[in-house]
Design a protein around this ligand. Structure first.
Ligand code: UGA
Length: 440
């Protein structure tokens, strides 16, 4: 879409609290629609980098969008009252990391809310505060609203607007997800709040879902819970299929042809990773506990996901008799292809189990080695698949990077050509290897 195309409203002054993954994609995306954007970011060096056009994340298309946004006047500043003083719409995009007990740490969010409140205290215009950070139902109207009201001395609803506008951005596809959303969900405290958020998104395609704030917050959790549950169900089906000598991939492909089910998120294997699925499913499960409801499906979704790496390692142990002292080539550390993100990576989960069992793990990933190194020092890292496979007793594939599909003669350098594929990344036909899929 051309910048500002088909927009019937004048550009808005929008401040984005948080220059992380969600904040940057949102800022660049809204700038494309013609709005005047200020990003408030707490890390000084990041402010510096962003102003110089250096992005801290890799995301296809974001660099070009960011450069264009900067040319159109996007500003990056430190957080604080000043950052929000002029804004008609303030979108909070700061992180809500999980605590050890799986509850959410709202410190950054409340900090941003206080800064925004201080700005509103001196402002003479009507502004809307919208939360894009993933928060449990009740958070925006509870602690966030209170923090803004307390710091501003003003009242939500009358003096300023309040809304929830959850993000549905998948890593590696975030720009596309922003510019061509499946739906835009807006939960507003009142009509004025909703209208402002809708106006900010005018020009984007896709249906609008207008609702109240807790419903909007919940839609985000349920979306991720559904996707994660589909993956775990596919994995459990995959385990059963394998025991029956059936290829789960053929089964799930046919199942997905029913349009009541659909073809996506039915890939079985070593499980889901990433910063969102496990975190959000856990947070919702804990919330269900606090409501004295419990949550069998959510817990099972997590359990199956924890079990898959163990299954893979047991399968390997069965084939090698013992893992102790074995050299295992681990291909894939990123939680999915196209990213260097290793949060909740199933490859690293497999690696931890292998190291515990006394194996020597030699790992390769096209992008994620620097991040993996930071959290897993007891692995050996090499720069190519070939180097990982050299002299290995077995190979594990934990991420379906396209380049792994082209491996062939590299397997010849293994001591024993055993490959356990956790993702269906490899077509073993014509390869002279012992191949075993996790769910097929
Ligand atoms: C996910 C959602 O897809 C986004 O819509 C959401 O906005 C985002 O979380 C978030 O809450 O911020 P993301 O974590 O980037 O996005 O990655 P996905 O592409 O959804 O994949 C998650 C994991 O599931 C990956 O490890 C992937 O390998 C795994 N997966 C996915 C499977 O194992 N099987 C499948 O069929 C699909």
């Amino acid at each position: 879409m051309k910048p500002g195309a088909s927009r019937g409203v004048p550009p808005l002054r929008i401040a984005i609290a948080g220059g992380g993954y969600v904040g940057l994609v949102t800022a660049a995306g809204l700038a494309t629609l013609g709005h005047r954007i200020t990003v408030a970011e707490a890390q000084e060096d990041r402010v510096h980098d962003l102003r110089a056009g250096r992005l801290p994340i890799r995301e296809p298309g974001l660099g070009a969008l960011w450069d264009r946004a900067m040319e159109r006047g996007l500003a990056v500043t430190a957080p604080g009252e000043q950052a929000y003083a002029e804004a008609q719409l303030i979108i909070i995009c700061v992180g809500t990391p999980p605590r050890d007990d799986w509850t959410q740490d709202l410190a950054s969010l409340e900090g941003a809310a206080r800064d925004i409140g201080s700005a509103l205290a001196h402002s003479h215009q009507y502004s809307v505060v919208a939360v894009k950070s993933t928060v449990l139902p009740g958070t925006t109207q509870g602690p966030i609203r209170s923090a803004v009201e307390k710091a501003s001395g003003r009242r939500a609803g009358g003096d300023f607007g309040l809304a929830s506008v959850p993000e549905f951005l998948a890593e590696g596809n975030a720009v596309e997800d922003f510019l061509n959303p499946k739906r835009i969900v807006v939960g507003g405290l009142d009509d004025a709040s909703t209208k402002m958020v809708l106006a900010a998104h005018e020009g984007l395609p896709g249906p609008r879902v207008v609702t109240d704030i807790p419903t909007a917050e919940m839609i985000k959790y349920v979306s991720n819970a559904f996707l994660a549950a589909r993956v775990s169900l596919s994995n459990e089906i995959g385990n059963i299929c394998k025991a029956l000598g059936i290829d789960a991939r053929r089964v799930l492909e046919a199942v997905g042809m029913d349009d009541r089910i659909g073809p996506k998120f039915l890939r079985s294997g070593v499980g889901f990773g990433g910063s969102c699925f496990a975190k959000d499913v856990r947070a919702l499960a804990v919330r269900a506990d606090t409501l004295a409801l419990g949550s069998q499906m959510l817990r099972a979704t997590l359990q199956v996901n924890e079990e898959q790496p163990r299954r893979l390692v047991e399968l390997l142990r069965g084939r090698l008799d013992s893992l102790s002292g074995r050299r295992i080539a681990l291909l894939g550390l990123a939680f999915k292809p196209g990213t260097d993100d290793v949060r909740e990576s199933r490859g690293l989960a497999v690696a931890r189990l292998l190291v515990q069992a006394g194996a020597r793990v030699v790992a390769y990933d096209p992008m994620a080695i620097p991040n993996a190194r930071r959290v897993a020092q007891d692995l050996e890292y090499v720069g190519t698949s070939a180097a990982a496979l050299e002299g290995a007793d077995a190979c594990v594939i934990a991420t379906e990077w396209p380049e792994f599909a082209h491996l062939g003669r590299e397997f010849k350098a293994m001591r024993r050509g055993l490959v356990v594929d956790g993702r269906g990344a490899l077509d073993p036909r014509d390869l002279n290897i012992e191949y075993e899929g996790l769910c097929w």
